[in-house]
Design a binder for this molecule. Sequence first.
Ligand code: GDP
Length: 596
Amino acid sequence: MRLTRGASLADFADKINANPGSLVQVVFTELGEMVTATQSCTDETLLLLGTHLGYDVTIVSPEEEDAALLDRFDLTFGGDYDEEADLVSRPPVVTIMGHVDHGKTRLLDAIRSTDVVKGEAGGITQHIGAYQVHHPVEGGVRELTFIDTPGHEAFTAMRARGAKVTDIAVLVVAADDGVKPQTIEALNHAQAAEVPIVVAVNKIDKEGADPAKVRGQLTEYGLVAEEYGGTTMFVDVSALSGTGLEELLDAILLTTDAALELLEDASVPAQGVAIEARLDKGRGPVATVLVQRGTLRVGDSIVAGDAFGRVRAMLNERGENVAEASPGQPVQVLGFTSVPGAGDNFLVVGEDRVARQIAEQRAARERNAALAQSRGRPTLESLFDRLKEGENTQLNLILKGDVSGSVEAVEDALLKIEIDHEVSLRIIHRGVGAITENDVTLASASDAVILGFNVRAEGNARDLADREKVDVRYYSVIYAAIEDVEAALKGMLKPEYEEVQLGSAEVREVFRVPKIGNIAGSIVRTGLIRRNTKARLLRDSVVIKDDLSVESLRRFKDDATEVREGYECGIGLGKFNDIKTGDIIETWEMREIPRT
Ligand code: GDP
């Protein structure tokens, strides 16, 4: 019997035509575990129950299950080509790795500026996560794609998610510094991924540069330069002066051609990998994808991980609109309804409906798997009981933010908090974008607290959090979050003041009133809106402006002190005028809460 990871007793019962209630009983009496019928079970519980009842249970991995899911829609990711297909060669995808300060970033910039094909006038280079350069060779011009995030961390994180992006690695070693710990680390990562390596010996312009020494050092790690009888190409460069860049690009192409056959079928629906994604305040979810097979076009229905959408526009690294992207080409895609994860595979499907169904089923599966994993964690209350008993215990957190930078910064800061008790802090999930139902479910299952930085819970997620009594805290400054977490870890569970939501209103129309400014013609969606209370403005669940106040409030022509749910009103936010239809105005006040 095949069961998916995180299946519940109800799923189990369904497969063997039994009553879920009786399975709950069996698990309780025979395995001594209390689970409800719909709760996700651990692999162990499912296997034990199987053995007990005489079934041979196989837990299906997420990858296998995903393949099966796609198969149901007659889709596959990757795989073999049709023998008859008209294959075209595609550019190699290159990642630059090496020790810190050896010049990776500088080299990426220098290579970018060698591009012989310039964009339309006015196209400004932007960081979208990858770029292409055109390099003249004998008999024409060839393209190379560079991943614009140096280092092996991103490379490995993507690989861990099952994405194979990089065809070839450039190992940068500063000639004045030689081989360093991260040089070796990068080398190991590239070799583990079976990616061919070209060595760029950088900073040869510097005094004390000793390129021969670098060659000697790397011999010990199995990278023997061609001139010493080996197979690895070493190129001396200076990212500063630009020396050797042409030769480096030549070496990359030569190594590629010798080691790999980069042929792709450009005629099929596109597939590839999302390499970078974020929530843009104006444009919504923005994802840079690398097309690996087929051709991606504006208007395509697309699914990446548990995000889906329709390609509304595509931009290249010069900010120019492109109508289609071919294998090996990175493009920024607008039109996703949520933010995909870096390293998520994407594919184009026939219809929006299919994209949505695949995304939803993946989201549900992830939720189940996370639930199964997180069972048995201590609650915030039991954190302190356990502390008293001298047990080790942990505080679970989920971080959500508007940009990946802020999420990382918070995570960094949190992990640096000195904890004197036997408490540990664990960040069980982090991500960019609004707080979703998925996050709340995970939090409720693992007794985690959710911290939102400049993002809010979506409507359904907020209801769910209320129902499940999940603690969701909103912040716009990092140190406030750190303080709260520190306080929680020290046993002061509740701050003295608490932000109390009063209500929210949706902007239906914006009225320009001379001398006064913009007035938000709104309908109160929850609670009430009261004059002179604090307010913030949200657009697509992202906080646009905090620290506002309801300076004027009107019902029709009359001033009002408060307006209740379901009624229309005009809200003035003082000098703040950036109000758009569809924005949400949230009001709140600080209330003292008694210490328990
Ligand atoms: P990364 O940490 O590997 O990304 O290194 P960076 O690209 O930030 O470079 C580190 C420092 O080395 C910067 O100050 C660069 O200006 C400098 N640098 C990079 N390449 C060269 C080079 O070829 N010659 C010289 N002299 N300095 C370089």
